[in-house]
Design a protein around this ligand. Structure first.
Ligand SMILES: *Cc1c(COP(=O)(O)O)cnc(C)c1O
Length: 381
């Protein structure tokens, strides 16, 4: 890739770059996706569609069971409930995550214990978990943030020694690997979101729980379907959090393309890495043995808000994941009085730049040019 550094007074000459382009992703699948909702209209037959996707999703993740549910947040809550975690229990979670991780803990009546993350990878690790375990700790939710799995061998060993359960929040890590095993295959149970913007997204909300534990799988399935043991028998007080059958069909159509889409993200990431090497732009570090699926491309810079404004002037969309760590959100005020310096500093400095499988070389170049223009100008003032 050749980079031409335009003088700073010409930002508007850059081409607009979208943060995410779902229309471009879906365009080649249009006929198949159309067919799914058309046949739903014609036949009113929805039976069997969810099971087919569940089987293929379990196989993709390398686990025995997948249960489609309403969304990724419900998936977390259902897993915690199935593990009988509730009032009086503590659940360790990283502070640098989407608020859903913390919500699920609070919504089963347990107490979230927020811990800091690794300064290089921004992921929670075995050390932070070990230091936070108390006699009340029931589980840890490991979040594969931005698409990367932390050292799960170390984490599983730490959790086993402490006698706590491990839940993977893999909402950002569809297809990510650690030492040859896929996200979702390490913990007691793991959760996925199929929100449209995730690496595998539905055309609306969706989620899944995956596990190798047949009893846990049965419990989640029963809870998510009105506590049903069979059609007329409700053995527990459940809820309705089923995966919509039309969404399951859309997911089934998209799943065969997931590996290629993740490979395309990897190429974009390699271009960014090469371009930012030696600059003041700090990228997220790589965990040895981990194959990220680059859900988000997060960079850290000193003048984050200035860079975000400059990118907007250039027509380049960006996002912040996340602007406030969970332990400082008003919703979780009082649940913890800790200072978590790495997560707090990252929240001030991190910016998510465009990352999606249909990005072209010239899109990446436009982003790189604008980012380097701004950071080099900052360095010289
Ligand atoms: C998206 C996301 C969730 C929640 O998924 P929904 O389907 O939106 O409920 C949970 N955790 C993480 C890390 C996420 O990125």
């Amino acid at each position: 890739m050749t980079l031409s550094l335009h003088p700073p007074e010409t930002p508007r000459s850059s081409r607009p770059v979208a943060f995410l382009d779902l229309a471009a992703l879906h365009d080649p699948l249009r006929a198949e996706l159309d067919d799914a909702w058309r046949s739903a209209l014609t036949t009113s037959s929805f039976i069997g569609r969810v099971e087919r996707f569940e089987d293929r999703w379990a196989e993709f993740c390398g686990v025995d069971h997948a249960i489609g549910v309403g969304n990724g947040t419900d998936a977390l809550e259902l897993v915690l409930a199935a593990l009988r975690i509730g009032p009086g229990d503590e659940v360790i979670i990283p502070a640098n995550t989407f608020v859903a991780t913390a919500e699920a803990v609070a919504n089963v009546g347990a107490q979230p214990t927020f811990v800091d993350v690794d300064p290089d990878t921004l992921l929670v690790g075995a050390e932070q978990i070990a230091a936070a375990v108390t006699p009340r700790t029931a589980a840890v939710i490991v979040v594969h943030l931005y698409g990367q799995i932390p050292d799960m061998d170390a984490i599983m060993a730490t959790a086993a020694a402490a006698g706590i359960a491990v839940v993977e929040d893999a909402a950002q890590a569809h297809g990510a690997e650690f030492r040859g095993r896929r996200a979702g295959s390490f913990g007691n149970a793991s959760t996925f979101s199929f929100y449209p913007g995730k690496n595998l997204g539905a055309l609306g909300d969706g989620g899944a729980v995956v596990t190798n534990d047949p009893a846990l799988a049965r419990c989640v399935r029963t809870m998510a379907n009105h506590g049903r043991a069979d059609h007329h028998l409700h053995t527990i007080v459940g809820r309705n959090s089923r995966l919509d059958s039309l969404q399951a069909q859309f997911l089934d159509i998209k799943l065969p393309h997931l590996d290629a889409w993740n490979a395309a993200r990897k190429r974009v990431h390699a271009q960014y890495s090469e371009a930012f090497d030696g600059s003041s732009v700090q990228m997220v570090g790589t965990v040895p043995g981990s194959q990220s699926v680059h859900h988000l491309e997060v960079v850290r810079v000193d003048d984050r808000d200035g860079l975000r404004r400059y990118l907007a002037e250039c027509g380049i969309e960006s996002g912040i994941h996340y602007a406030t760590p969970c332990h400082l959100q008003p919703a979780f005020e009082g649940t913890s009085s800790v200072t978590l310096p790495v997560a707090e500093e990252a929240a001030r400095r991190q910016l998510s730049i465009p990352m999606h499988p249909t990005m072209r070389d010239h899109d990446v170049e436009a982003v790189v040019t604008a980012v380097l223009e701004h950071t080099e100008r900052e360095a010289n003032t």
